[in-house]
Design a protein around this ligand. Structure first.
Ligand SMILES: [Zn+2]
Length: 46
């Protein structure tokens, strides 16, 4: 099987209390995703 290089699109996905908004900057080759918590804060501030 070939390894897929297709970019993940997680925008709109929910993970528990977090809703994925959009991709943030790449951090060490990985895409960081901007998420918002149900309480209204960004995940990094929550
Ligand atoms: Zn929260």
């Amino acid at each position: 099987m070939r390894h897929s290089t297709k970019k993940l699109n997680l925008a709109g996905e929910r993970y528990g209390k977090l809703t994925v908004l959009r991709p943030a900057e790449n951090i060490s080759g990985r895409t960081a995703w901007l998420c918002r918590c149900d309480c209204g804060k960004m995940s990094e501030d929550c």
